[in-house]
Ligand binder design. Structure first.
Ligand code: AFP
Length: 338
């Protein structure tokens, strides 16, 4: 079969009425920026891009040089296309406006420019995550409050994983699709259409070093997975943890599995570890569109009403049947099942 490029796929989606010309352009621009980020990460020690930038982001976390470079690449690429009203980044406190005199569009773009950046220096996969919302009608200078829309209103979400190959996974709410970068030609080529995550799995991803801090239902659930064939689940489970959400989610999107970043005593005050707007919502959209599930352990992630641009939430996502078991244990412990 003839290879389908991202551009051809976007034309097909426009013809099907799934997206408009502006959203198509937005995705093209983001994909092009991600190719540049891929080139920058790929240079490694030779590009002088490794190590700390010597600055902190809004979350108070040390920024890597590549966090800063990736953020700038995405901001610069999206400033002039006329497809955006504003963008917001995990690395910046406030939304970035489109400079005066540049054409503006109808969309809001949110991104985590380089997720898993603590893995860069050791040459482990990292990635970019993004989410697209519609700018409310009549708003010309979008503020943080205009971005605070539930995940169910996302028009598009995607991630790019910079690994052994560079892969873009994308949804517009009509299935989840994967594109692999042909590095010789410089184009993203459709490699999987209509991805399906198997409902059941025997593989889970969690940072086990936090076990002693978890809440009781999480202790019970993971305890049962670890008990394997001899335990109540009656089967052995395997475990993986890359500590790059994009890489962990990509494994799930490829061969199934579940990913958990639950609430624990250390992070209880901040509400969780992962960011709702830049990580949880886009990944939830991608996973649900592939037949999986995504909850906070108590509620569907995409139905949360965001309270802040940098809000953090617990994340349970992946193979539906397994996410349901873990969520059920939490609701049961809360006495919320009636
Ligand atoms: P960084 O971008 O600061 O490396 O954070 C990545 C991340 O938010 C997410 O990608 C991982 O799933 C998670 O952190 C890993 O966190 P732990 O180090 O707590 O396991």
């Amino acid at each position: 079969m003839k290879p389908v490029s991202l551009i051809q796929f976007l034309i097909e989606e426009r013809r099907a009425g799934n997206i408009n010309a502006e959203l198509s352009l937005l995705i093209e621009v983001v994909a092009r920026a991600c190719k540049r980020i891929g080139v920058a990460t790929g240079k490694g020690a030779l590009g002088g891009v490794l190590g700390e930038a010597g600055t902190g982001n809004i979350q108070g976390e040390a920024q890597k040089k590549l966090d800063v470079i990736s953020n700038e690449i995405l901001l610069e690429a999206n400033a002039w296309g006329g497809h955006l009203a504003a963008c917001a980044s995990e690395e910046m406190e406030d939304p970035q406006q489109i400079p005066d005199g540049y054409p503006k569009g109808q969309h809001l773009l949110l991104f985590d420019p380089l997720d898993g950046s603590s893995n860069i220096d050791v040459n482990i996969s990292v990635g970019t995550i993004f989410s697209v919302l519609r700018c409310p009608d009549g708003v010309t200078e979008p503020k943080a409050e205009h971005f605070l829309q539930p995940g169910t209103t996302q028009l598009a979400a995607g991630y790019v994983v910079y690994g052994p190959s560079t892969v873009l996974v994308l949804t517009f709410g009509y299935g989840t699709h994967e594109f692999t970068l042909d590095r010789e030609v410089g184009s993203f080529i459709l490699s999987r259409r209509g991805i399906r995550i198997p409902e059941a799995t025997a593989e889970f991803a969690i940072n086990m070093s936090n076990q002693r801090h978890w809440q009781a239902p999480m202790q019970r659930y993971v305890g049962e997975l670890l008990a394997g064939k001899e335990g109540p689940r009656g089967k052995d489970f395997n475990m993986r943890w890359v500590a790059s959400m994009v890489a962990d989610v990509h494994r799930i999107v490829t061969r199934g599995g579940v990913f958990y970043y639950p609430l624990d005593a250390k992070i209880e005050k901040q509400g969780g570890k992962l960011r709702l707007m830049y990580e949880a919502n886009p990944m939830a959209f991608i996973v649900e569109q592939a037949g999986g599930a995504a909850t906070t352990g108590r509620q569907r992630i995409m139905e949360l009403q965001p309270g802040g641009l940098h809000q953090r939430v617990p994340v349970f996502l992946g193979s539906k049947a397994e996410v349901e078991v873990a969520t059920h244990y939490h609701l049961e412990a809360d006495g919320a099942l009636g």
